[in-house]
Design a protein around this ligand. Structure first.
Ligand code: ZN
Length: 156
């Protein structure tokens, strides 16, 4: 299994190229590409590939949490309760970030807060076996993802 990385190494308000992330974490560029395959979202498909620091951080935060307690594909981490939860009423939204990756968003059954995680588009069918998924439109811009997703309705 891959080594867990420190989520706080990434700065929230900047974007990183694959090369910069490789430098930051002292890993090979191909390792970063594997993270992207594994669900680390990229901002778009343009070259060079850019990754938002906030996404990088969230990616490693959820990795850490799920390592401690095996996360199921349909479970998400609640920042408030600090536990992994199956979303309330088995309902979740899938919000695409690009053509391969999106965010699965649900409500924490305990505190009612937003829980979310990155998933690959090609895992959606598998997740549909457990959750009732509504597909939403793509985010206008990745910077929205720095805010809690609950705000997105009010920004329209
Ligand atoms: Zn909660």
């Amino acid at each position: 299994m891959a080594k867990l990385q420190n989520p706080n190494r990434a700065k929230i308000h900047r974007n990183y190229t694959v090369e910069e992330i490789a430098m930051l974490y002292a890993v090979h560029k191909n390792t970063v590409r594997l993270w992207i395959k594994d669900g680390l979202p990229t901002i778009d498909r343009k070259r060079p590939i850019l990754i938002a620091g906030a996404d990088l951080r969230r990616y490693w935060q959820s990795k850490r949490t799920c390592r401690k307690r095996k996360c199921q594909l349909f479970e998400m981490y609640c920042v408030r309760c600090k536990v992994t939860q199956r979303p309330a009423e088995n309902m979740a939204d899938y919000e695409p970030l690009n053509s391969d990756t999106g965010r699965l968003i649900g409500l924490c059954p305990d505190c009612g807060g937003i829980i979310n995680k990155f998933v690959r588009f090609n895992r959606l069918d598998e997740i549909r076996g457990y959750l009732d998924i509504t597909q939403t439109k793509a985010l206008k811009h990745i910077s929205d993802s720095n805010n809690p997703l609950v705000n997105s309705d009010f920004n329209q």
